[in-house]
Design a binder for this molecule. Structure first.
Ligand code: XIL
Length: 367
């Protein structure tokens, strides 16, 4: 009788252990950093629709903020002049509500991933109408439903001047301020942000500060600036990042790291631009870790994340959110950009959703 009881107890315990899905033992990023800043991730359609069983458990446990990786971009949400497709964005909002995850709408005005009907549009009045209708319709629908908006994404060149784009060309240099004015009217309850890559670099940062001051001088609200954070593990500009947190906070706004990933692969131009339109050709030399990441690189990646989170913690209160650009390495856009078909390792969870040493290092800072 006794043996039977003990055996069945063992069977039950081991069954429980084996059926343990991801997440019951792993520490939680959002819980560890709950007194510091929000921890976010980019979500793709599969994850929003909860079609991946591991992600379904992992995401709500690890993250309390989310940005749609693609589904709120104009080409998806506004496919025809009078046609909007809110299906997935509505699902995302419901997902956020269900799991208490704050949604950052990404993005209202951006020159990339525009709908086909905008390509080559010459008539300034039409561009103006698109601009107004798009912001009004999308921002109003999600007022009170998203926590924040990336109102304008990537309006600047590396030297800090305004990037040549359909919006700058047809609407003039005030289009950024106008976008914020329209977003404020349509989505008064949302936080409004300007978002860019490399805006921690001194010249681009100066342009970004001037842009933010211009918005503020017009009496228009801007609540924060997003630094995307697509860096390379071997080349993280810690000093520029720290100076940027300090300089931006002097403007009275929050600073966020909105698309963090640390690539480990060679960059064809040896630079850090994150322009989605850049492309290079595949060669085996450019894909050195197809069969696994060597320890030396793993160590570099871990140290990179550790250094960054130390810095973010030093400025908690000013830094209000840190969002990773994806949940796991397999999902990362860096497997396909700027060269298709590579194997990159830029995030805290590996392709099987197992936490990496970098995850442990980030958690350890809070122990
Ligand atoms: C990327 C997505 O991750 C990809 O899936 C898509 O093919 C291209 O865009 N800066 C941004 C993001 O603001 O929207 C980009 O996301 C990455 C660079």
């Amino acid at each position: 009788m006794r043996t039977y009881k003990i055996t069945s107890l063992l069977v039950i315990t081991s069954l429980a252990l084996f059926s343990r899905s991801y997440g019951q033992k792993t520490a939680s990023l959002k819980d560890s950093y709950k007194n510091d800043f929000l921890i976010g991730t980019a979500l793709n359609a599969t994850q929003i629709e909860e079609k991946d069983p591991t992600a379904k458990v992992l995401i709500p446990k690890q993250f309390n903020a989310a940005t749609p990786e693609n589904i709120m971009k104009a080409e998806v949400i506004h496919p025809g002049w009078d046609k909007y497709n809110f299906d997935l964005a509505d699902k995302l909002v419901a997902y956020g509500k269900k799991y208490n995850i704050r949604i950052n709408g990404h993005t209202l005005i951006w020159h990339s991933q525009l709908p086909a009907f905008m390509h080559g549009m010459q008539d300034a009045d039409s561009v103006k109408q698109y601009f107004t209708n798009h912001i009004k319709t999308v921002a109003a629908r999600y007022n009170g439903k998203v926590f924040s908006w990336d109102v304008v994404n990537e309006a600047l060149n590396e030297d800090g001047t305004l990037r040549k784009s359909i919006f700058a060309d047809k609407l003039g240099p005030d289009f950024v301020t106008e976008a914020f004015r329209l977003a404020q009217a349509a989505s008064p309850d949302a936080q409004l942000y300007y978002n860019d890559y490399n805006n921690e670099q001194p010249a681009k940062r100066a342009g970004c500060i001037a842009l933010i001051k211009k918005i503020q001088a017009a009496g228009v609200r801007i609540d924060g600036v997003g630094i995307q954070g697509h860096w390379r593990a071997s080349n993280i500009p810690l000093k520029d990042i720290e100076e940027s947190i300090v300089e931006y906070s002097k403007l009275g706004i929050k600073v966020m790291f909105t698309e963090l990933d640390l690539g480990v692969l060679p960059n064809p131009w040896d630079g850090d631009a994150a322009d989605v339109n850049m492309k290079a050709t595949y060669t085996a030399k450019m894909n050195p870790y197809a069969n696994g990441l060597p320890d030396s690189m793993q160590v570099k990646l871990t140290k990179g994340y550790e250094d960054l989170f130390k810095l973010f913690l030093k400025y908690k209160g000013t830094v209000s959110r840190v969002t990773f650009w994806g949940v796991n390495d397999g999902q990362s856009w860096l497997n396909g950009w700027p060269i298709k078909g590579r194997t990159n390792y830029p995030l805290l969870f590996d392709r099987n959703y197992q936490p990496k040493p970098a995850f442990d290092a980030v958690i350890a800072l809070k122990k």
